[in-house]
Design a protein around this ligand. Structure first.
Ligand SMILES: NC(=O)c1ccc[n+]([C@@H]2O[C@H](COP(=O)([O-])OP(=O)(O)OC[C@H]3O[C@@H](n4cnc5c(N)ncnc54)[C@H](OP(=O)(O)O)[C@@H]3O)[C@@H](O)[C@H]2O)c1
Length: 258
């Protein structure tokens, strides 16, 4: 799985297709969609039109909250594949840990994996308590845990837990949708490296070994964000940014799903 990819939440159909087309031309090879985003058809079209070898692209989609349960998850996966126009996806995630059904849904994902219909299975929005709960009934350790993460939501314990368990952390809302770009401590670091806030923040994720999927439907920002891989923050500056943490969240706290 590439470390840096494109998230396509909140992109309306034609906009999503154009953004994925642009992203693939720029060099992105990881695309993160979801049944909930209602743009799987357009994402599939963009992938087909790119003319790349399918094996070069890492495609993720997710089980919707309304599709939990063993049979429902299997059916939802089929529906997603059909919409995407694909024979397989690289990663299928449980989008949110809906209490009624999350354990049974995981069994469904394990079946899809056993049948080689998906290259990897994982979860999103699982905290340590939820991962411990999953361990009680799961046969397969999730390959990925996709969680909200940023310097302002530095979930050090969850990151360490996932690393120890062999679960790759992937960060969503990694640049806080721009809401923290005027943080003066960040501006100082931007000036030091002559880099944009998005690039500094994305590089911080990469220095932590976290895969990250910033969203943009603007070509110039797709280029800007992709360029976050072309420099390296010093360990000292990574540590300074770790200190930005203030448990700042945009999306729901998974704790409320217990
Ligand atoms: N698993 C989950 O529950 C979950 C939840 C949320 C998100 N996600 C995934 O994670 C992806 C990213 O998260 P996100 O969309 O919430 O937030 P994000 O990537 O932190 O921020 C996206 C926002 O920032 C703007 N932006 C992008 N690049 C920028 C730049 N270089 N400078 C200034 N502004 C910039 C975008 O606007 P423009 O498009 O106008 O550039 C957009 O409004 C989603 O698309 C989705 O795939 C998953």
């Amino acid at each position: 799985m590439p470390l840096l990819g494109l998230g396509v939440y909140d992109m309306y159909k034609a906009e999503a297709e154009q953004a994925v087309e642009d992203a693939l031309a720029i060099g992105y090879r990881l695309i993160d969609t979801a049944s909930m985003y209602e743009n799987e058809v357009e994402i599939g079209n963009a992938i087909k039109n790119a003319g790349l070898d399918r094996k070069e692209i890492f495609l993720t989609t997710k089980l919707n909250n309304t599709d939990h349960g063993y049979e429902a998850a299997l059916k939802a996966f089929d529906d997603s594949l059909k919409k995407l126009g694909q024979d397989y996806v690289d990663l299928y995630l449980i989008h949110w840990p809906i209490k009624e059904g999350r354990a049974a849904s995981w069994k469904g994902l394990e079946k899809l994996y056993a049948e080689k219909r998906v290259k990897a299975i994982g979860v999103a929005n699982y905290n340590i308590t939820l991962l411990e709960e999953l361990k009680l009934t799961a046969n397969i350790v999730p390959a990925v845990n996709q969680i909200e993460f940023s310097p302002w939501l530095y979930q050090e314990d969850l990151l360490a837990y996932c690393k120890a368990a062999g679960i790759q952390v992937q960060s969503y809302s990694p640049i806080t949708r721009g809401l923290k770009f005027s943080d003066e401590r960040l501006v100082l670091i931007c000036n030091k490296y002559n880099r944009t806030p998005a690039q500094i923040v994305l590089n911080w994720h990469l220095q932590h070994g976290i895969s990250t999927i910033p969203k943009s439907s603007k070509k110039e920002r797709l280029v800007e964000n992709f360029d976050a891989t072309s420099f390296t923050l010093s360990n000292e500056d990574v540590k300074i940014m770790n200190g930005f943490n203030e448990n700042f969240r945009i999306c729901d706290d998974p704790q409320t799903y217990l």
